[in-house]
Design a protein around this ligand. Structure first.
Ligand code: HEC
Ligand code: HEC
Length: 444
């Protein structure tokens, strides 16, 4: 061996030793490559450009979710004139309709007065003050000097946020993503002085529009009415569905009860077609005049509003919704031992996890099922694009126990849901097993 190659092999030896030491001291892969388990805790520096981007995008998304009406003032103020009614509504009336008040947007003195019960909830001037502070969850408006409301529009938070009631019932800190099951959207809309725009769209008299809106009830809305014009089910019940949560959606493929598309698909749809904001929207499925006569006639399959106030918000809105975790159930809200037994049943004898696959509690992949598979009628599934129902992700179920379960709230309690599956799948669950499964569902 000459001098030179001897030196080289010494370097090689040193290098090999260093590499081996480095590999044992600090593995560059945080994942165990055999099991996929996390081996080293990954703490990302806030200087990581991806993380920095994500955080600022999520913060912007929160602002759009809470406060951006996407130009919907043209509809709610100029067309429906809902502002005229809401300017005269008292806080007590608004709260009774399920509207929530964000206490963080109020000055400390007002919070104290509220806590002491010293705010006059029968004075519409207080409502206008709440609007001035952007404290009415999901409704934004400007208050003029002579006490009128102008440029009133709605935001995503109206239906998909509530408050923790920490100051008073309906008044507290915002809980974004929670379904507002107290909100009576239909009754609020029915108060509008001008319902003609709905009547024109649906081709029915104004009185019919009002009756339909009043048939919905709290926590419900019908996002398909302006597509297919079907206000009632064949059995005469309302065609409206329950407002779902907008948290816990990351990892879930198809969204809405009918599986219309991804979160961002549905955001573009809702901002334009339901909130009546100004946006760009494209979906040729809505051009099917047989299935969606109203949507096809109104050209909802290809909308190009100028200016487009929606598309520029979609990325931030998307990230914000994906970032919202499902809330964990409060201590004492379920029996942990029964829930543990219920969890075993969920995975085993009751076979719930065949579809509700933990930890997403929906199927990875194309998460839709025919009505026959889950043993119910096809009315609502047929209003969607696939004639199927999406497997509901179950995390945070405890936060929306009001209004019932399944898309239309047909099962009043979780026990009724379980009894339905017990019959449909012939599970032969005992009463004790049903009770354990119920506790498990409450623990998610
Ligand atoms: C007037 C009430 C209302 C408003 C306002 C509203 N939504 Fe919804 N949202 C609903 C209802 C009702 C559904 C269920 C529709 C269906 O499946 O038929 C829904 C469904 C959803 C879903 C699907 C959830 C799931 O489990 O798959 C998401 C996500 C969502 N909305 C986000 C938003 C965002 C973002 C906005 C604002 C751009 C918004 N919504 C505005 C009532 C509303
Ligand atoms: C074949 C697939 C499938 C199986 C198996 C299944 N589910 Fe479901 N589940 C669904 C679908 C689809 C929906 C949505 C139904 C609707 O909204 O109309 C749903 C809805 C639910 C809901 C209502 C959630 C809500 O927010 O309203 C609960 C609770 C539920 N399932 C629990 C269970 C339990 C418990 C089991 C086992 C006993 C089970 N599921 C088995 C597919 C399934």
């Amino acid at each position: 061996m000459d001098h030179c190659s001897a030196r080289l092999s010494l370097v090689c030896l040193l290098l090999a030793t260093c590499l081996a030491a480095a590999a044992t001291a600090e593995s560059p892969s945080p994942i165990d490559l055999k099991t996929g388990e996390l081996e080293v805790s990954t703490s990302f520096s806030h200087l990581d450009p991806v993380v920095t981007h994500a955080v600022s995008s999520i913060e912007r998304g929160r602002t759009w979710f809470r406060y951006d009406p996407f130009g919907s003032r043209l509809f709610f103020t100029d067309a429906l004139r809902l502002n005229e009614v809401l300017a005269g509504v008292t806080p007590r009336q608004a709260l009774a309709l399920g509207v929530k008040v964000d206490s963080d947007n109020l000055p400390g003195s007002v919070r104290d007065a509220l806590r002491r019960g010293e705010v006059d909830l029968d004075d519409p001037a207080v409502t206008r003050f709440l609007f001035q502070r952007f404290a009415v969850v999901g409704v934004v408006a400007e208050v003029t000097d002579d006490g009128k409301l102008e440029n009133l529009g709605i935001t995503c938070a109206l239906c998909h946020s509530t408050v923790d009631d920490s100051l008073a019932p309906g008044v507290g800190r915002r809980l974004d993503g929670w379904a507002n099951r107290d909100l009576d959207v239909g009754t609020i809309l029915s108060l509008a002085p001008n319902l003609q725009p709905f009547a024109d769209l649906l081709g029915v008299p104004v009185d019919t529009v009002r009756a339909v809106l009043q048939s919905w009830g709290p926590g419900r809305f019908d996002a398909h009415l302006n597509l297919d014009g079907k206000a009632f089910r064949p059995d005469g019940a309302s065609g409206s569905v329950l407002i779902p949560p907008a948290f816990g959606l990351a990892g879930v493929n198809l969204h809405t009860y009918e599986g219309w598309g991804s979160v961002t698909y549905w955001n573009a749809f809702v901002a334009g077609h339901e909130m009546n904001g100004l946006g760009r929207f494209y979906d040729p499925r809505l051009a099917d005049a047989e299935k969606y006569p109203i949507a096809a006639a109104a050209g909802l399959d290809d909308v190009r509003e100028v200016p487009d106030l929606v598309t520029r918000r979609l990325a931030d809105l998307h990230l914000y919704q994906l970032a919202m975790p499902a809330p964990t159930p409060p201590e004492g809200s379920f029996d942990p031992e029964a829930a543990a037994r219920g969890g075993t049943l969920f995975l085993g004898k009751a076979a719930c996890a065949d579809c509700h696959v933990p930890p997403l509690f929906t199927e990875p992949g194309w998460n839709l099922h025919t009505p026959e598979e889950i043993g119910i009628d096809s009315f609502q599934a047929d209003r969607g694009p696939e004639g199927r129902y999406r497997t509901t992700p179950l995390k945070g179920l405890w936060s929306h126990m009001r209004g019932g379960f399944y898309h239309d709230g047909r099962f009043e309690t979780l026990l009724e849901v379980i009894e339905h599956y017990d019959q449909h799948f012939d599970l032969e669950l005992t009463d004790a097993e049903k009770a354990d499964l119920t506790e498990y569902l409450k623990s998610l």
